[in-house]
Ligand binder design. Structure first.
Ligand code: FAD
Length: 447
């Protein structure tokens, strides 16, 4: 760190043990690098002051949202950590858009928009992630097969470039920067505000859990329902049972009474066995992870290492890839509270240039969400090796990562991942954030 003192800012500068140690932790609990100091900016001006100060002294800077990265993506060794959740909450709905501070959590965005009868069309399964934290990776969920990623719903961004310049960008203005920030792993700029498109919010959600014993039948029905778009939300989970697996298609129809969903039409021709359904308010459905979080916090595994992997597979390879992976996956590989997600998205709905999926009509998000051991680093290292093996195997089959993983990535890996979009990202990074100083935890460097 530098001996020079940061210019005065309105926000806080923290150098105490508690702040530095929190900054060196994240959801993955696998990488622990500590910054030299933590800044809690009170305004975009504070962010610009910090970035200009750091650029002039070649100090690395990382922005941190909710800290739910799995592998140190929001950490920085010895540099400055910007805690973006300290930006004052300024959340304004105008017509069918909302403008929010970038450190707002998606739950807080909903708390702002729902009183207006509006909501972002795509939400992550967990609402305690920040807006900027998901916009730099994409942001996907059960509505992605209709509306694309959260980045596809962004109208405008206010950012501070790595060089410390405050800019507003959109499809109409500074488009190259806009395209390099959305899904760009925080490599060109720190996002300070985002304007997001909203859709009318329904009142209620009817959720079906449809169970299958056959992987091909489960995949066929998932494929069919995302093609015909009959549900508003589609995801899926693979559940270990005895020495095999069971498959659960999770499908939701939103509605506002008095009209209700037409269950017969929605479930028509699907080949599931058992089923369950529940009916809740819309927000309660979106916030469904809150109870699970409380239970995992109480039980302890919320705080354990999380060597999570998210890969996108092609439609041609998904069945074999998943079957082979599941055959080699048991409790040691997944952890007692681990999960496996599998669901399709329609590639034609994905418009963000840097959001990269395999070729074809449909891509499948396959996510072994492993829970590691709080006491056994060797076990966790083995789980990371499993991730590396799966990633390599997926890549050979035209697969891509969803870029929030416990997976060591190199610049070469990122270049291969972004493919045709790489030159634009690399140019924008060299132009807006020269010196590879911004968000180094993503391990993406350009000359
Ligand atoms: C329980 C759980 C459930 C999840 N569910 C989903 C899901 O359903 N769908 C999905 O898409 N993802 C999901 N994720 C993954 C999640 O979207 C990513 O890990 C996301 O990056 C975390 O956001 P965060 O606010 O915690 O950001 P952090 O972990 O704090 O940061 C993530 C990255 O963004 C950068 N960053 C943070 N703020 C800014 C900023 N203001 N400007 C520029 N860069 C910034 C950081 O430097 C870092 O590189 C889930 C994660 C968890 C732990």
């Amino acid at each position: 760190m530098t001996d020079e003192i940061l210019p005065a800012i309105a926000g806080e500068i923290l150098t105490g043990e508690a702040a530095l140690s929190v900054a060196g932790k994240d959801w993955g609990n696998l990488i622990h690098t500590r910054p030299g100091l933590v800044v809690r900016p009170a305004s975009v001006t504070d962010v610009a002051v910090v970035l200009r100060f750091a650029a002039a002294r070649e100090l690395p800077v990382a922005a941190r949202g909710a800290g739910h990265s799995p592998y140190g993506q929001g950490q920085v060794e010895g540099g400055i950590l910007l805690d973006m959740t300290s930006l004052p909450p300024r959340r304004v709905v105008t017509g069918d858009v909302v403008s929010v501070d970038a450190g707002a959590r998606w739950r807080e965005v909903l708390e702002t928009t729902l009183p207006h009868g509006l909501a972002p069309p795509v939400l992550t399964d967990y609402l305690e992630l920040t807006v900027a934290g998901t916009l730099v990776v994409g942001g996907i969920g059960g509505a992605t097969h209709h509306h694309g990623t959260q980045t596809d719903g962004v109208v405008e961004l206010e950012v501070v470039t790595g060089a410390g310049e405050v800019l507003t960008c959109s499809r109409e203005n500074e488009e190259d920067l806009f395209d390099a920030v959305l899904g760009g792993l925080g490599q060109c700029a720190v996002i300070t505000r985002a304007t997001l498109r909203l859709s009318p919010a329904p009142a209620r959600a009817r959720r079906w859990k449809l169970y299958y014993d056959s992987l091909p039948a489960f995949l066929a029905d998932q494929r069919a329902v995302v093609r015909d778009g009959r549900f508003d939300y589609v995801e899926g989970q693979l559940i270990p049972v005895g020495d095999g697996w069971r498959y659960m298609l999770e499908a939701v129809a939103y509605y506002s009474p008095p009209a209700g969903p037409d269950e017969d039409a929605l479930l028509d021709s699907l080949g599931f066995g058992e089923s369950e359904d529940e009916d809740t308010g819309y927000f309660d459905f979106l916030n469904r992870m809150a109870d699970g979080e409380a239970a995992l916090r109480a039980e302890g595994s919320w705080f354990h290492p999380h060597p999570w992997l998210n890969v996108f597979l092609t439609d041609d390879t998904v069945e074999r890839f998943v079957a082979e992976t599941l055959a080699a996956t048991g409790e040691p590989e997944l952890g007692a509270t681990g999960l496996v997600l599998l669901y399709p998205v329609r590639n034609d709905r994905l418009k963000t240039p840097l959001f990269t999926v395999p070729p074809g009509e449909i891509s499948w998000l396959f996510s072994p969400l492993r829970v590691g051991s709080p006491r056994d680093p060797l076990h966790n290292a083995r789980l990371l090796e499993l991730n590396v093996d799966l990633y390599r195997k997926a890549r050979e089959l035209d697969g891509k990562v969803y870029p929030s993983n416990a997976l060591p990535m190199s610049t070469e890996d990122w270049r291969a991942h972004f493919g045709d979009a790489w030159p634009k990202l690399a140019d924008a990074k060299a132009r807006y954030a020269p010196g590879n100083l911004l968000n180094p935890g993503q391990c993406l460097r350009v000359p």
